[in-house]
Design a protein around this ligand. Structure first.
Ligand code: PEP
Ligand code: MN
Length: 358
């Protein structure tokens, strides 16, 4: 792929690059007020705003559509900052170009389908508008790269990728699993391609955006696209993951910039990957403990009804002995298993007693 350098076409107001704006353009005032506050931070190189929204559930707010294009454009004009919106078909491309939108992105639900991407590529022929391509919903790096190549083949050289995480049945604590290794593979296959992170759609919750940004920065991503809304709780789409411009400013300025010479991308990626796995395992552990507690609640009445004591010494010793043996076969220290089950047993007993007195 022949690609122009990111900072040649998107003049950075700050490094790493920051694109920010609401998930959806909802009204002229909401867009303008958000843009005014974002511009005041002095950090934002482009305003984002969704005009046509791909929503999971029918009946959800699907974007204002065409009229929102001019509100987005007006916000950019006022602050001399380029604007970007999502397109999902050739008609969107035509309308966005006509409205003077400066850049476009292709959403995760569009990248998955080569027919859609090709239609968009065809509609882009003859223009040189910058295009950012989000990863497909599932972690298929070739499909992501294929979409970028289709756009590139249409003559677009101002290209970039947006990493927004991947759908997973279990993605706690995030909305979308980051799967940083997919980004690494993309970097390996297309080393010159700028890649920015969308921490909003990865995190799904505004309070996790800072840590996702820090990971992306540590891993060597080139910038961010972050959702920001003047009043997040009133947002018509993605209210939980949008930051007020003021908070976005705080999050961005709190990021730690590591010395590139000493940062070892492989080490950091490995650490992130392992911690991510640990977070997932912990979520599983908590679910299992909750199930165990539910069983404790159920066993209490059975004992009471039969005039049996809650604490049964023989059973407890058997449990302990048996769990330690199981632990041993899993290479777990005796002490760890002992302490863990003492704690579980203590809370199980407490639960049975408490339930009885309620
Ligand atoms: C968005 O950026 O608002 C959006 C819909 O993103 P994605 O395609 O990543 O779901
Ligand atoms: Mn969104």
């Amino acid at each position: 792929m022949e690609i122009n350098a990111l900072y040649d076409w998107l003049k950075p107001k700050s490094k790493p690059l920051l694109i920010a704006g609401p998930c959806s353009v909802e009204s002229e005032e909401q867009m303008m007020q958000t843009a005014d506050s974002l511009a005041r931070t002095g950090l934002v190189s482009a305003f984002r705003g969704g005009v046509w929204k791909p929503r999971t559930k029918p009946g959800s707010f699907e974007g204002i559509g065409s009229p929102a294009l001019k509100w987005l454009k007006a916000a950019g004009k006022k602050h001399q900052i380029p604007v970007i919106t999502e397109v999902a078909n050739a008609r969107h491309v035509e309308e966005a170009l006509e409205a003077g939108i400066d850049m476009i992105w292709i959403g995760a639900r569009t990248t998955v389908n080569p027919f859609y991407v090709q239609d968009i590529a065809d509609a882009l022929k003859g223009t040189d508008i910058p295009v950012l391509v989000k990863n497909p919903i599932h972690p298929e790096v070739k499909l992501w790269l294929g979409a970028l190549e289709r756009i590139n083949n249409a003559g677009i050289k101002k290209l970039g990728a947006i990493h927004r995480g991947f759908y997973a049945y279990q993605s706690q604590p995030f909305r979308n699993e980051p799967k940083w290794e997919v980004f690494f593979e993309l970097r390996r296959l297309a080393p010159d391609l700028p890649v920015i992170c969308d921490p909003s759609h990865i995190a799904g919750r505004s309070e996790l955006i800072g840590e996702v940004c820090q990971s992306a920065l540590d891993l060597g991503m080139d910038g961010f696209m972050i959702e920001s809304h003047i009043e997040p709780h009133k947002a018509l789409s993605d209210p939980l993951q949008q930051l007020r411009p003021y908070d976005l400013d705080l999050v961005y300025r709190a990021l730690e910039h590591r010395d590139e010479a000493i940062d070892d991308e492989r080490y950091i990626a490995k650490l992130e990957e392992l911690r991510y796995q640990i977070d997932k395992v912990d979520a599983e552990i908590l679910k299992l403990i909750s199930r165990r507690q539910d069983l404790a609640k159920a066993i209490g009445p059975v004992k009471y009804e039969n005039q049996a004591t809650i604490f049964q010494m023989k059973r407890w010793f058997k449990v302990l002995e048996n769990r330690k043996a199981q632990g041993l076969s899993l290479d777990l220290e005796d002490e760890l298993v002992h302490e863990l089950f003492q704690l579980l047993h203590k809370y199980s007993i407490d639960t049975q007693i408490k339930n009885h007195h309620e």
